[in-house]
Design a protein around this ligand. Sequence first.
Ligand code: TRP
Length: 457
Amino acid sequence: MVDQNKSTAAPSLADGEERFSKSGFIFAAIGSAVGLGNMWKFPYITGKYGGAAFFLMFIVCLLAVGLPVLMAELAIGRGGRGSVSTSFNRLTKQKGWGALGFLMIAAPFLILSFYSVVAGWTMYYAVRSFSGQLFTTTDYSGQFNAFIGSWQPVWWMLLALVLTAAVIIKGVSAGIEKFNKILIPGLVILLLVLVVRALTLDGAGEGVSFFLSPDFSKLTAESALVALGHAFFSLSLGMGTMITYGAYVDKRQSLGAGTMAIGLGDLLYAFLAGLIIFPTSFAFGIEPGQGPGLVFVALPAAFAAMPLGSLFGGLFFILLAVASLTSTVGLLEVPVAFIRERYGWSRGLAVTVITVLLFLVGIPSAVSVGGAVSGLDFGGKTFFDWMDFVCSNIMLPLGGLIVTIFVGWVWKNAAEEAGLTAAWFWIWLFMVRYIAPILVVLVLLYSAGALDFLFKG
Ligand code: TRP
């Protein structure tokens, strides 16, 4: 039997009133997975690491490691029916797992503090594009630098946080589920409109072939590790989001089918984002490997040059903003669920206090990235870059490692919760036990610079 409610005195988080409907869960999880990772990060790293060859690597990592770990997180959440650290405590008698789970509660808080900065940029850009102000000069990098070098991003970040809080405060079904059920289909429509626009530009073909015809000589160990790290980020793994969402999933829902749907949704979204960004960049002679500025600096030039560019640009940035809000919602729910469960606070109080703290912690990220406030740089990285680096490259793989070890080696009743056929179960367990942890350790070593000798030779 799954040791559900007896090993701890803490009240069950999802004791009944808070549950996703079947489709609501899929929408919410896809909403969390699909975000700035797909639209902002994925294009520039794909551009940098060789286009189609990298995309192929990403697909392999998603299937081989991402999906098994996603399934593991959902199973922990549903098996433990609690916020992250409670779920761990309920599923094993071994000491210490709850404390490790705590890492996965701190991490989404930190990720949210800089993720919402970029979410704020996308909202600012949507407004500027619709109003046409974005196109009044052609110096897009000057504009971008002036914006991020000011205090304005602080207020746009606050807006992103307040919108996120407004959803979370309404709870699981009236908040998270409803928000995603409305916005995810809206996102698909926007995405398709923009794909058609991009593919019908003169010269789009070159971008399509960059994205879809692989040159295997570009495959390197480094690009494989980046692809693996991105598979984690893109599926929202390693930071408690999927564990927390798992706690709200109905016992009768198939986790295997859910995992597949989420994985496919995320992949399809990255694919369509690529079909927007690469054809558009190539059609206007923009270098797709230029880094984080790609969507804010390069694409505006492309929008400026196309008919109705201010409309398409506006729609593009709305798409980004919406995608990022469905992800921030999943991040905020993690600490909120924890505080409510641990301290018995009301949802409203927990959301308010955490949002205020997030705003304060986010300010140094918002003002450091563009140099509005100097003195926040250490070791050649801005505060913002440090947050991103520590969260994405260290805490996230560590979280992933904790999950794989827990499900692969510690938790005895994983099979029961997973509800897979015997063959699928063994494949899953094999990936979670051996393949995923080994690869995750490689990513960690790579991030720490311990593998540099392999790449510089
Ligand atoms: N998956 C989101 C994206 O691609 C980001 C994200 C949301 C995330 N929740 C997360 C990343 C939890 C890691 C962990 O933009």
